[in-house]
Design a protein. Sequence first.
Length: 179
Amino acid sequence: MYAIISELDTKSTESVKVLWLKLKDVCNLKGIYDQPTPHLSWFVAEDLEIKSSVTAVNQLTGNNCGFTTQGFGIGFFTGVRPVLYLPLVKTQEMIDIHNQVWDQIPGFSKQPNPYYDPSNWMPHVTLAVNDLSIENLACALGSLVFDHIELSISIDNMIIVAYGADPNNEPLHRFRFCG
């Protein structure tokens, strides 16, 4: 599986890692550590034509500058594999960049995840995934619900990542906005 993500700024990354650690220490939630780093996902697909995607993302990041958004509170995606997340405010800059990604990248991919399609996309930073269960859900919620969670997040990069191919989920290619 492949993804196009953006890492958070250093201060926001540290704040999210504190939340990850709290969920690990209090609720024994460790599944998040399969993620490369706290991030925002733009696009996820089963397969990706890397060379064409690199060209497209390089052009896209060269034509756009970074942006700042806000993250507030917590949210859940429900289903067989629930996700606890930090919701992000969808700014016009984010919408524009996301639309550009989806205008170009699906043609270079196989089985793009429809949850990231512009009509469905809810920008977020994942806090817990892969090991949330009925048994630990109350713990996860209870450990964060009374915390004041509010971040100002700066995004200045876009990264192509391969999940599963590399045990460390190392980035394949990194790009900076504004060239």
